[in-house]
Design a binder for this molecule. Structure first.
Ligand code: ARG
Length: 297
């Protein structure tokens, strides 16, 4: 049994060194925004944006995000969009995928908070089953929004698990058991940062980008003890550009929404390649680069 760590006192010494190594995924899954729209308010970013998506622009932006991922060395695969699933483009949320302790691919299905999003999950389960994954449902009726809230520590068998808006804390006992890894559980404080991927971006084994204001101080303390380098996102860039919703690829490149110059400068100063993209149409729905893809192991 691996521990659930939610206070600095529960953090074992040298946690990372004791976690198995994991590959850095170079395959990504994306869903074309054919049916993407803002038709209701599931998070505060969507308020005032109903019916305001520019669809041709969304299609262009989505394609450019995919090209940026490829420029960073990733191979992008696509899942067929389903009519009536207006948020399916946000591929980070329907599942959490990774490797089990035997190194076999495993996909845990989410239990989404909103009924309109629950319909997306089966399509992802089928895609991952066809890709050779063992697919499991959550055993009880707790909410869980996949890798919107549960994020692998790059290169290690360790999961960072956010909760508070879309995911309930007990699910991480199941996540920990099925993947055979410790989970560090972080409570999210702010409605505008409703998934962990809106305020926490793991870049490589020793580096993370966070918005400290939307995490509990105890969580920030744990983050500081585990990551050697913590880049703090200025509040305006975290909110205005959803800068922490960036995607790191292969420990080298960060794809990020335009409009976060201080974060970009900090990343470049650390030696990362930074590719800026525009996701304005998806920001209207409360999502950006990170949630527009799923890592495929
Ligand atoms: N409109 C979607 C929702 O509220 C956006 C999801 C964005 N995903 C993310 N991982 N932040 O569910």
């Amino acid at each position: 049994m691996h521990p659930i760590i939610d206070t600095p006192a529960k953090l074992p010494a040298n946690l990372l060194a004791g976690c198995r190594t994991m590959p850095l995924p170079a395959r990504l899954l994306m869903c074309p925004p054919e049916h993407f729209d803002v038709i209701d308010v599931k998070n505060p970013h969507m308020a005032g944006n109903i019916g305001r998506v520019d669809h041709p622009l969304a299609a262009q932006q989505w394609a450019a995000v995919g090209r940026a991922f490829e420029a960073a060395g990733a191979r992008v695969e696509q899942i067929a969009p389903v009519a009536g699933c207006e948020d399916m483009v946000f591929c980070a949320n329907q599942t959490l995928v990774g490797l089990d302790p035997a190194g076999r691919p495993l996909c845990l299905l989410s239990r989404m908070r909103y009924p309109s999003r629950q319909r997306e999950v089966a399509a992802f389960g089928a895609w991952f089953a066809a890709a050779g994954y063992r697919v499991l449902e959550m055993p009880d009726d707790r909410l869980f929004e996949g890798s919107g809230d549960a994020i692998w520590h790059p290169g290690r068998g360790l999961i960072w698990g956010g909760y508070g808006h879309r995911t309930e804390p007990p699910v991480y006992e199941h996540v920990s058991r099925e993947f055979g890894v410790p989970v560090i559980r972080l409570r999210l404080l702010s409605e505008r940062f409703y998934h962990l991927d809106t305020c926490f971006c793991a870049i490589d084994e020793s580096t993370v980008l966070i918005n400290p204001k939307s995490l509990e101080p105890a969580g920030v303390e744990i983050i500081r003890r585990v990551f050697a380098r913590v880049i703090e996102c200025p509040a305006d860039e975290a909110d205005g550009a959803m800068a922490c919703n960036a995607t790191a690829l292969l420990g080298r490149t960060v794809v990020i929404q335009r409009g976060a110059p201080r974060v970009c400068a900090a990343l470049r100063a650390c030696g990362y390649q930074v590719i800026e993209v525009e996701t304005s149409e998806f920001l209207k729905s409360g999502g950006s680069v990170f949630c527009m893809k799923m890592y495929v192991f």
